[in-house]
Structures are given as structure tokens and as C-alpha cells.
Design a protein around this ligand. Structure first.
Ligand SMILES: Cc1cc2nc3c(=O)[nH]c(=O)nc-3n(C[C@H](O)[C@H](O)[C@H](O)COP(=O)(O)OP(=O)(O)OC[C@H]3O[C@@H](n4cnc5c(N)ncnc54)[C@H](O)[C@@H]3O)c2cc1C
Length: 606
């Protein structure tokens, strides 16, 4: 099985040349220590850790999986040792606040770390990834006591975190949550209920696990307005930060699943477990949204990672495997046949993977700057600033999560296709990437729910189309600046047409939805995918503009690197972006064609 190679050249191109992160970091309080040298050293070291420690465990973890014995979960061989290395390297606290033991570096550095770790070994990266969500939630909504008790061990990685929302009867519709929280005289609560599908719900990597749990207080209002958030530790923390007696929360079983087998997905039984309220009563879902937004951007990485990994391996294979002759004449006459890479249709598959990986990475790194500003606003107690950037990021979050994970699945499937029948055979690892990636469009809100969040909430309800107007203004502004350069003009013209179209589509859906409420749901998926293709087009145009500038004025990389960027941008605009028009047509078609068949008549069997 091939190994993962961190795409440091592409990452540095985006950081230093496209988005000017050195300038961005210089503008942040948390960026004081993120000088170019330090960033470079951290990325290099993280790449080494991922290539040498995590990548070799990728296939082994899939084969062995996690095991449950006597109520305790064991991770596959090598995972605990790798996790210890992770803790010793101080990786968990990379962008955590210094006052709680972190290194205080910008949030975006955490995202770059997460991209490399997740691509090398997604299952492994889920353990620290969920802890990050728990840390953010406690940091934002916890009392001073809770912060003092939980943040240091979580930041150090000695303890891990989980996110316990889903129950057998509900995953999306959390208004149906039944888990109960009964107040006790000492201010704590007894938590009782069953949570399913809980990632990292139990494992042997850390000395304690901090569950963040949604539950209902007695007499709480029905639905989402009656849900509160609780901290439920696996072991009760001692006053000195040590680990005390076992709490009444146990792993009842491990889910048997299609992929990410080295990630423990648990049924957790809370049987009068001691919990502590976090945030205000009945506002648990709002507090949990902090957790969910972080997790959703984290999951968007699971679109880019598999595209990158399956591209790397498919590219190697396409260079080595030989089949027939290129239609334009023999390319390797001394060989029995030409290698796959000389066939245009194989190029289509490879370039689609490449365009998704590099275009998706650009989308993430662009958005990560907003996350840096948002986190800085929170840290400084500047609510206005935090909300401003939260809104900007909130618009992009469903696009990143929904669109990139859908395309990540496509890229993983294409990777298998490049291998032909060998892609379906376990040895080469391509089917594992496809299996592992499949979950990304499901958890942290399905694609359908991301689409509703984008169109229904962020675009129509909250901003009346303003979110699209603001974002397209940014794109149009960029495009107008590049109309005069003949190499960039085609990209700029396309972008200008698309920004006008995106606004028009929004208005047409808004008007249609006034007459027919089903329109929001029926148009939402196509609206999400359209938004994704246009956003990725903007990112490819930005990379093309930077490449042109570097070709004219010199850059950090080779001429071949920049001409390849330009050619990939051209491929994206000419071969993938036209898909946006299918989505435009489809989203405007009436909801009637979806709703007119009576549910009874959906199938005629027997
Ligand atoms: C491996 C794995 C790990 C997970 N990890 C965690 C975890 O750590 N913590 C946790 O709490 N949960 C976790 N989950 C649960 C996951 O988040 C849910 O499965 C997911 O949110 C979907 O919920 P559901 O399965 O109940 O599907 P449902 O809500 O039943 O949805 C089924 C389908 O209906 C669609 N749908 C539902 N409602 C609507 C609507 N109103 N309009 C349009 N379409 C709709 C959905 O898009 C979906 O296609 C995990 C799941 C898995 C499989």
C-alpha cells in the first residue's frame, strides 16, 4: 500500500502566495508567534509525524478495528503509541489559549494540522478532533470552575472529549432528544438515557473522557427550546486534577460500520451519571452550535483529505500501469504499452481529483482566516467582532461541509476507477478511502441538512439574500481587477456572469418560496452544489491570478508549478464548472415534480 506524502508545496503556495498568511498573522494578536519561519517549521514537523506515525497505521487500523471487552474499548495496535507521540509533541494545544496550557497559535494552524492528520489517517484524527470541539465549547460556555477543571487536561491531550447528541429516534431532529437530567441538591444533575453513534465514546488513548451531552431538564419546554447541555466525565475529576471514581456512563456496544473502523463509534448508556450544566438552561442546542460549527469545518476537511490521498495513489498507479496505446500515437514506444496517464479519459479522472483536492484546500484556507478573526473576537471579549466573523463563516460552513464532502466522495470513487479492478481489491487501499469517506456526507449534519441550513436559514430567513450579495460582491470585485489580463480574462468573465446568476437564482427561489413552502427543500441541494461550484471557481481563479503574478515576477516555486496551476484552473472552469448550470436549471424546476406522486404510490410491489 502506498504512503501519504503531505502536500507541503501546495499548502505553502496557498499560505504565502495566494492568501498572504504572513500579513494575516501579523494582524492578529494570536499571530505574534506565527512568523513564517515558525509556521514553516510546524508544518514540516506535522508532515513528518503524519507520514511516519499515522500513515503506516491507516490500513492496519482498518483491518483490526476497535474491540469492546468488559465495558472497555481498545483501539487497534499502534494507536496508543501514536497518540502518546501526539501528546508529547504538544499537538493538541497548538491553537488552544495559552492560559489553559495551549500554544495560543491561530485557529487556522490547527486546521492545517488537522488536514494533514486527517488525510494520513482519518480514524486516528477523529479522537483529537472531537476533543477540540469539547475544548471550544467549554472555553466559550463553561463556568470558570469548569474551565479550570477540564481545559488543561484536554489541551494537553491527557483527556479526550466527545459530542453526545444522537439518540436512536433522532439524529437530525434533536428536538426529539429524550435523555433526562435531574437536578441534585449539590448543584449537579443525574443524567439518564441512551446515546448512539458516539465517536470516540470510549477508548484506551486517554486517562479520562469528557462527554458533552444534550439532555432535558424536568418540565423543560418541548422541542429544541427545552434542551440543555451537560459535561459528563467518564471518571470524576479530583480537586487536584487527578482522575477519581468511575461515573455511571458505559459503552454498551460498538457500532459495526462500513468504514473508519479504527474510530470507536459507541452506544453510550448514561445510567444516572453525574453531570454538570454548561451554559444556560434550555439553551443547550445554541451552545452546541459552537461545537457543531467547529466540527462541520473539521468534517469539510474530510472532503479534501480523501481527494488528496486517492489522487496521490491514483497518480502513482497511472504512471506505472500500462494499457494499450495513446490515441494520438505511441508515447512510450520502447514499452509494451503506454502508461495509463497518457489516456485522456484517465487524465479526466486524475485532474478531477486534483482540482477537487487543491480547490477544496483553497476554500478551507480562505475560510480559516475568518475563523482566526472570530476566535480572536471571542478571546478579546469583542462580541461584535466575533459575531461579524461568525456570520461570514456561518454562510460558508454549509458550503464547505456539504459540497466538499460530496466531491470528496466523487474523488475517492474516481481513485478506485483509475485502478480498474485493482481499485476494488483491499491491497491497494483505494476501497478503504472510499469506505472511510462515505460517512462525511452523513455525520455533522447530512448534505440535505447543510443545504437547508444554507438556503433556508442563512440565505432566505436570516439575510434575505444578503449573504449571497455580500459574498458575490467580493468575487465580482476580484474578477473586475483581472479583466484586462488576457490569461485571466476568461476566468474573470465567467465569475462575473456567475455572481449575477447566483443573485438572480436567490431572488427567484425567494419569490417561488412565498407561494410554495416546499420550494426551499426542493431547491436546497442544487443551491448548495451550485454555491460550491461557484465558490471553488473563485478559488481556482485566485490561484490562477497568483500563478500569473509569480510567472511574471518570480515566486517561491518553479515555473512548472505555476503553469500547472494555471492549466488546472482552466480544466476546472472548462470541465467541472459547467455542472453549476445543471444545478441552476434543476433548482428552479417546480417542487411539483418531486411531490406529486402519492407516498402510497412510490412503489408497486407484489
Ligand atoms: C460513524 C458515525 C459517527 C457519528 N458520530 C456522532 C457523534 O460523535 N455524536 C453524535 O451525536 N452523533 C454522531 N453520529 C450521528 C450522525 O450525526 C447522524 O447519524 C446524522 O446527523 C443523521 O441523523 P440520522 O442518522 O438520525 O438521520 P435522519 O435524521 O433520520 O435523516 C435521514 C435522511 O433524511 C433527511 N432529512 C431528515 N430531516 C430532514 C428535513 N427536515 N428535511 C429534509 N431532509 C431531511 C436527511 O438528510 C437524511 O438523508 C455519527 C454517525 C455515524 C454513522
Amino acid at each position: 500500500m502506498p504512503a501519504y506524502k503531505a502536500p507541503l508545496r501546495d499548502m505553502k503556495f496557498l499560505l504565502n502566495e495566494v492568501f498572504d498568511y504572513p500579513k494575516h498573522y501579523a494582524s492578529l494578536a494570536s499571530g505574534e508567534n506565527a512568523t513564517p519561519d515558525i509556521v514553516d517549521a510546524i508544518l514540516t514537523e506535522c508532515a513528518r509525524f503524519c507520514e511516519e506515525q499515522l500513515s503506516p497505521l491507516y490500513q492496519l487500523g482498518d483491518e483490526e478495528g476497535c474491540t469492546l471487552k468488559d465495558g472497555e474499548v481498545t483501539t487497534p495496535k499502534g494507536y496508543k503509541e501514536a497518540y502518546n507521540q501526539y501528546v508529547m509533541g504538544g499537538w493538541q494545544g497548538l491553537s488552544a489559549p495559552e492560559e489553559f496550557g495551549g500554544q495560543g497559535l491561530p485557529a487556522s494552524m490547527g486546521l492545517m494540522k488537522q488536514e494533514m492528520m486527517g488525510t494520513a489517517n482519518w480514524s486516528f484524527s477523529m479522537y483529537p478532533g472531537l476533543s477540540m470541539g469539547a475544548m471550544n465549547t467549554i472555553f466559550l460556555h463553561g463556568s470558570d470552575d469548569q474551565k479550570d477543571t477540564y481545559l488543561l487536561p484536554l489541551t494537553e491531550g491527557r483527556w479526550a472529549g466527545t459530542m453526545c447528541l444522537t439518540e436512536p429516534q433522532c439524529g437530525t431532529d434533536l428536538g426529539q432528544v429524550k435523555t433526562k437530567a435531574e437536578p441534585q441538591t449539590d448543584g449537579s444533575y443525574k443524567i439518564t438515557g441512551t446515546k448512539i453513534f458516539i465517536s470516540s465514546g470510549d477508548h484506551d488513548l486517554t486517562e479520562n473522557i469528557v462527554h458533552i451531552v444534550l439532555a432535558r431538564l424536568p418540565d423543560a419546554p418541548k422541542g429544541t427550546r427545552g434542551i440543555s447541555l451537560f459535561i459528563v466525565p467518564k471518571f470524576m475529576p479530583g480537586a487536584d486534577g487527578s482522575v477519581g471514581e468511575r461515573n455511571a456512563v458505559v459503552c454498551g456496544s460498538l457500532e459495526k460500520k462500513m468504514g473508519i473502523k479504527a474510530s470507536a463509534t459507541c452506544v453510550l448508556n448514561f445510567d444516572g451519571a453525574t453531570g454538570y450544566l454548561i451554559g444556560p438552561e434550555n439553551e443547550g442546542l445554541e451552545c452546541m452550535f459552537t461545537f457543531m460549527n467547529t466540527a462541520r469545518i473539521g468534517t469539510a476537511i474530510q472532503g479534501v483529505g480523501p481527494a488528496e490521498l486517492s489522487y496521490q495513489w491514483a497518480l502513482d498507479y497511472a504512471r506505472e500501469r500500462r494499457s494499450m496505446r495513446a490515441l494520438s500515437g505511441k508515447k512510450e514506444p520502447d514499452q509494451v504499452a503506454d502508461s495509463l496517464i497518457h489516456h485522456a479519459d484517465v487524465r479526466r479522472m486524475l485532474l478531477t481529483q486534483k482540482a477537487i483536492a487543491e480547490g477544496g484546500r483553497a476554500m478551507l484556507y480562505d475560510a480559516a482566516r475568518l475563523a482566526d478573526h472570530m476566535v480572536e473576537g471571542h478571546a478579546a471579549g469583542d462580541t461584535k467582532k466575533a459575531e461579524k466573523y461568525d456570520d461570514k463563516l456561518g454562510f460558508l460552513t454549509p458550503i464547505l461541509k456539504g459540497f466538499l464532502t460530496e466531491l470528496g466522495n466523487e474523488a475517492a470513487s474516481l481513485g478506485m476507477q483509475v485502478f480498474g479492478g485493482h481499485g476494488y481489491i483491499r491491497e491497494h487501499g483505494m476501497e478503504q478511502i472510499a469506505r472511510d469517506t462515505r460517512i462525511a456526507t452523513l455525520y455533522e449534519g447530512t448534505t440535505g441538512i447543510q443545504a437547508l441550513d444554507l438556503l433556508g436559514r442563512k440565505v432566505l430567513l436570516t439575510t434575505k439574500g444578503g449573504a449571497v450579495r455580500d459574498f458575490t460582491a467580493r468575487i465580482a470585485n476580484f474578477a473586475r481587477k483581472h479583466l484586462t489580463d488576457s490569461r485571466l480574462r476568461p476566468f474573470a468573465l465567467d465569475l462575473l456572469k456567475l455572481t449575477a446568476q447566483w443573485n438572480l437564482l436567490t431572488v427567484r427561489i425567494m419569490l417561488a418560496a412565498r407561494k410554495d413552502r416546499d420550494v426551499v427543500s426542493s431547491a436546497s441541494y442544487d443551491f448548495l452544489m451550485y454555491s460550491g461550484y461557484v465558490t471553488m471557481a473563485y478559488m481556482w481563479a485566485r490561484q490562477a491570478a497568483t500563478a500569473v503574478n509569480c510567472l511574471d515576477n518570480g515566486g517561491d516555486d518553479s515555473e512548472a508549478f505555476y503553469t500547472t496551476k494555471l492549466a488546472t484552473a482552466e480544466f476546472y472552469f472548462e470541465r467541472l464548472l459547467p455542472r453549476a448550470q445543471t444545478h441552476a436549471t434543476s433548482m428552479l424546476s417546480p417542487s411539483r415534480n418531486l411531490m406529486q406522486i402519492d407516498p402510497e404510490n412510490m412503489a408497486f410491489t407484489g
